[in-house]
Ligand binder design. Structure first.
Ligand SMILES: *[C@@H]1O[C@H](CO)[C@@H](O)[C@H](O)[C@H]1NC(C)=O
Ligand SMILES: *[C@@H]1O[C@H](CO)[C@@H](O)[C@H](O)[C@H]1NC(C)=O
Ligand SMILES: *[C@@H]1O[C@H](CO)[C@@H](O)[C@H](O)[C@H]1NC(C)=O
Length: 510
């Protein structure tokens, strides 16, 4: 009897202790001192004013006008959120949320209508100066992306990212930006998501410029993007950093690739190497250059397929050194997770030659990960944790800045799924920090609903809902905006916090 009772008591105690530990750990968790919070957008997705005040045509203007069927709802970014005129409201929203910083991108064709520095468009420069000044007035610092996919159409007509001359074209544009805004902008992202630019733009052709050149065009793009990034980095580092004292980095998108079982570990690793190691390894590894596995696979397959040289244009030893170490932070965009496996079903499944055939794996996502109606985002917070751990271990614990993370809904202000997502993913960030990851900041995608590329306005990522029926493009805070505001105000994550969503006010710090 005695033994039985005491063991029950012990059991109760254990459960109680476990419960307390779990709630200590998960109910209210503090972010480290100095951790920064922001929200992101990109020029083509929000600005509108597509042909105003001298702006010229980008590849997204061309695509949405000429092939509207490519965009799910046939829409364009001609007006989008009209931020070209409504930037003051955007800054007001940043003040409401209490953001430390705002990440936005510059439109190359708004600043340089000829694509080149021979003509700098004063009206375009004025727009960005107005936006930046308005933010700085309230101590919200700008984190500026130089290139977020809206390539000048004129440069596309000359081969776009497959033409090695783009390294100079891009570097000239970057120099203009540093010269023009560098006295106020201290944090620069050179390129947003090289994988999406090259794989979706030049391999599958899903995004502008819709080139279907899988297995060679995307690899040409990859090298040129990395060289362009590195050139901008060196220009900043050598000529501007000494007087402007800022930082500069690239934003790499990475999903977590989960092996279906242990025997698929190599398949999952190959998938990761092709997806984001391709861009991270040349910059963050000790050796530099493309990942060894990827280089070998492409070289072997190219030979088997009758090519005279590898379809992957490799870096010369000088180029390896030129690209290595060219990012002050590991900037990470992350959304979701996929399961990877490799068996006979992958053989002959993809066209040859192609990027997917080179990787040689199959992938899928699990229905049980779906928490909302969106087709594009799922809820797998442990995948984020594993990814952050992998980056820490692979690249010697680099400082990480999360430059995008977010969840899509199909609209509505009661966005409980988005709240669940943000809490789960921020919890993973805290877990990784606890394990020793050096994570400095977090950026939600997105401040507000916007033109979500080929999804048009169907998938909504905003903390603020945008009414596309109203000429004023009225912006209304969703529940997630109130929750994020409290996370920023308290610098902590409380899973049980229920906001009063009646009225949104300016955060006291702003
Ligand atoms: C440069 O920036 C760093 C970090 O932002 C700061 O600690 C340092 O004081 C700055 N130096 C100068 C010369 O402004
Ligand atoms: C390959 O693996 C998948 C996923 O486990 C399985 O459904 C399929 O039957 C396998 N195919 C072959 C040919 O082994
Ligand atoms: C929410 O805030 C409004 C406005 O301040 C107030 O009138 C209302 O009572 C609050 N609701 C709750 C449930 O606290």
């Amino acid at each position: 009897m005695f033994i039985k009772e005491s063991s029950i008591l012990l059991l109760i105690c254990c459960v109680f202790i476990a419960y307390c530990e779990a709630s200590d750990r998960h109910d209210v968790r503090k972010f480290p001192e100095g951790f920064l919070f922001g929200a992101a957008t990109a020029a083509y997705q929000i600005e509108g004013g597509f042909n105003e005040d001298g702006k010229s045509e980008s590849i997204w203007d061309r695509l949405s006008h000429q092939v509207p069927s490519v965009v799910q709802d046939g829409s364009t970014g001609d007006i989008a959120d009209d931020s070209y005129h409504l930037y003051k409201r955007d800054v007001e929203m940043m003040r409401e949320l209490g953001l430390d910083f705002y990440r936005f991108s510059l439109s190359w064709t708004r600043i340089l209508p000829t694509s080149f520095p021979d003509k700098i468009n004063a009206a375009g420069v004025e727009y960005y100066n107005n936006l930046i000044d308005e933010m700085l007035k309230y101590n919200i610092f700008p984190l500026v992306t130089l290139y977020h996919w809206d390539l000048p159409q004129k440069l596309m007509d000359m081969g776009g990212w497959t033409n090695p001359h783009i390294v100079d074209w891009y570097a000239d544009y970057a120099r203009v930006a540093f010269e023009t805004f560098g006295n106020k902008v201290k944090h620069w992202i050179t390129i947003n998501e090289p994988k999406e630019i090259c794989y979706l733009g030049y391999a599958t052709g899903l995004l502008a410029p819709r080139i279907k050149g899988s297995g060679y065009a995307d690899y040409m793009c990859s090298k040129n993007v990395l060289m362009a990034h590195a050139k901008a980095y060196h220009i900043y580092d050598e000529e501007f950093r000494p007087k402007q004292n800022g930082s500069i980095f690239i934003s790499i998108s990475a999903e977590w690739n989960e092996p279906e079982s242990e025997i698929h570990a190599e398949a999952a690793d190959d998938k990761a190497q092709f997806d984001w190691g391709q861009y991270a390894h040349p910059i963050f590894s000790k050796t530099g250059g493309y990942p060894e596995e990827m280089t070998q696979i492409i070289s072997r397959k190219s030979a088997e397929q009758g090519f005279y040289r590898s379809r992957l244009p490799e870096f010369s030893p000088e180029e390896v050194e030129y690209v290595k170490g060219t990012s002050d932070f590991f900037c990470l965009n992350h959304y979701s997770t996929q399961v990877v496996y490799r068996n006979e079903s992958a053989v002959g499944y993809y066209d040859t030659p192609s990027h997917d055939d080179d990787v040689g794996v199959r992938i899928y996502q699990k229905e049980e990960w779906r928490i909302g109606k969106s087709q594009v985002t799922m809820y797998v917070p442990w995948g984020f944790y594993k990814l952050l751990k992998t980056i820490r271990e692979k690249y010697n614990n680099p400082p990480i800045f999360i430059t995008e993370n977010g969840f899509a809904t199909h609209g509505g202000l009661e966005d409980n799924d988005r709240v669940t997502y943000y809490r789960g993913y921020l919890n993973s960030v805290l877990d990784a920090i606890e394990d020793g990851s050096d994570i400095r900041g977090y950026t939600t995608w997105s401040l507000m609903d916007n033109f979500e590329w080929v999804r048009g306005y169907t998938e909504k990522f905003g903390l603020y809902e945008v009414d596309y029926e109203s000429p004023a493009r009225t912006r209304t805070p969703r529940k997630s905006a109130f929750v994020y505001k409290e996370i920023i105000r308290s610098r902590s994550l409380d899973h049980h916090y229920e906001p009063n969503t009646t009225i949104m006010t300016i955060d006291e710090r702003h």
